[in-house]
Design a protein around this ligand. Sequence first.
Ligand code: ADP
Ligand code: ZN
Length: 745
Amino acid sequence: MGRQIRDAAMGAPYIRRMNRPRPSGKRVRVVLLTQVIGPLDYRLPDWMEADVGSAVVVPLGPRKMVGVIWDDGVFGDEAVEEHRLRNVLEVIDVPPIKRGLRRLVDWVADYYLSNHAAVLRMVISSSAALSAGGTVTEYRPSGIEPARLTPQRAAALDALVDVQGLVRELAEQAGVSEGVIRGLVKVGALEPVTVSIDAPFAAPDPEHHRPELSDLQEAAAGVMRDAVKQGAFEPIVLDGVTGSGKTETYFEAVAEALKTGKQVLVLLPEIALTQPFLQRFEARFGVEPATWHSGMKQSQRRRVWRGVAEGRVQVVAGARSALFLPFANPGLIVVDEAHEISFKQEDGVRYHARDVAVMRGKFEGFPVVLASATPALESRHMVSIGRYKGLEIPSRFGAAKMPRIEAIDLTQDQPERGHWIAPTLLKALEERLERGEQSLLFLNRRGYAPLTLCRNCGHRFECPNCTAWMVEHRLVRRLACHHCGHVMPPPDACPECSAEDSLVPCGPGVERICDEVQRMLPEARTIVATSDTLWSPEKAAEFVALVENKAVDIIIGTQLVTKGYHFPELTLVGVIDADLGLEGGDLRAAERTFQQIAQAAGRAGRAEKPGEVFIQTRNPSHPVIAALVEGDRDAFYDAETAQRRRAGAPPFGRFAAIIISSEDEREAIEAARAIGGSAPEIEGMHVYGPAPAPLAMLRGRHRQRLLVHAQRSVELQNIMREWLGGLQFPRGVRVGVDVDPYSFL
Ligand code: ADP
Ligand code: ZN
């Protein structure tokens, strides 16, 4: 048949040859992985076998593309005429994407105003997933010293102790070129290892080690077990105070799913959470679960993806992207620490994993558990209106009691000049040291100081690419932009006035607090715990081991250490600056501050020894601080809910942000004005802006924002699709839509 039918999709001319027989086959609609126009129709020849959901190779113009058969049959008016259809070229040998997941992709594309291809790429997230099985060759250090040890080779070998991977992966890990790695292979310093891509997975055993549950835990576990047994959609908010044993409790639901041969996904917010989680999982079920996160190698991705699709993997613990894995037989999703805003993806398809998890349960018919000690206001609201089931574990497990919480009024109980730890907190730290107990100081600021300026001329160090200060990281001697990653060494002289040694740090970051602790309590053993220091599961595991082995007295950390960890000897938590989060004033500032401090406080006194928490603030009567001190969570949530209701803010109304960016400021402004100017007048909907975004410049692009506020009854997505779809922009302009935004920068 060759080129008889050309380019149906592209609308190129069709040349009809009367004497050729009509090819026979079935019309199928295919969503391609790499394009932005809608699904295209093809013919599946009779001799080819494929189901709806099968991955296929199809022609597009002169190219071959991978896609998934989304539907078959005849579809409305725009359908390409029968004789113009081009044939599917090949069916790829992977299990078809099931109907529920296809519907989820449709829903995500629709709801978040994205396109099918972009969402489907999150499902087929690894090209290796589709390649044929077999083996790959990885490399690892052989222990042989190369005869010629260049500094680069030495550095690479240093970085690759205990590492194994493809040449590309090793180069990335070691921060050298692939040429350096290949050179090391050649001289025998790295040896080849043949790896089967699809090695089997060990099966978790639901009976391996069942803990005795408390009555409170058992009550909640029973409900979740029943929901799994029912095998029907049911969203459940598992609301248990810190230390109540939520993990042990939802593990019972996991066990139930395993017994009935169903697969389970546990979504976790951060990479650092993974290691302690894996250990606990292994203690309960005998083996570690499969994991899924951005740091995985291609071979690992393929193995897990295939195992999930073929039903050989029973439990996956993963970051939010695991949500789109093609489970053969899913029976439960648990979203752990479900209030975490890191579940919201902020680039590409801007989706919220918590909400998408619930939709997945709906489409595929299974319960979804949202576990948290500080549930999102939205989740609590769904419980209160009866849409989600609410389960509570109101007290800590065993002998542990909730910690005593006290506010330190920084206007009264003042730290020394140039210090940030108030005398009361310092004394409490000293007492812990004497008793051999551990403390945590919480400050949600990485680095040494958030701002550096010149004492002589007042010059402030700003990122050249972003509207942001360069943050000093003293441990690695760098100034870094936390938005784009731009780094520079701290200069010896001010670039503005050339004064030497004139740079002063302003304000504290965790490193500076650590300095202060070391100065005031020289005998204390300290550790800084942030995403800079705990950037891999291995680093996180090291950290946990150090704390558990009591090699550390005082942890100084960001929000990264405030959740998930369970350190029995940790009895004191100090919140350095509770006012920090309240300053931003965005929609969720109060809620987020409440959650962060409650989670940080939740690390104290989790075993027999009682815990104590000090919250440093300039405003002890602020409702957030007052609620934390009183331990009156409901009062806080109720007040916050009432305020949201009055403002028509989520969950009572909806927002969508439109972010326009361009390297050319004029172009960005004009595009934003065009969008603002063409906004439809709809009752119950209001458009704010355009205005320069608070982060007016990001990665070298100028940014403008509009904010759409709508009542729930407004069909926001349809309106916005029509509105924005009718506009054209210059090539350099990017227009992104953020439905249900969490960031207002
Ligand atoms: P949460 O996640 O609710 O803050 P965890 O799940 O971390 O609480 O539980 C706190 C501690 O109590 C953990 O060390 C956990 O292993 C232990 N624990 C909880 N429930 C039980 C139980 N039923 N039997 C034994 N240990 C438990
Ligand atoms: Zn920057």
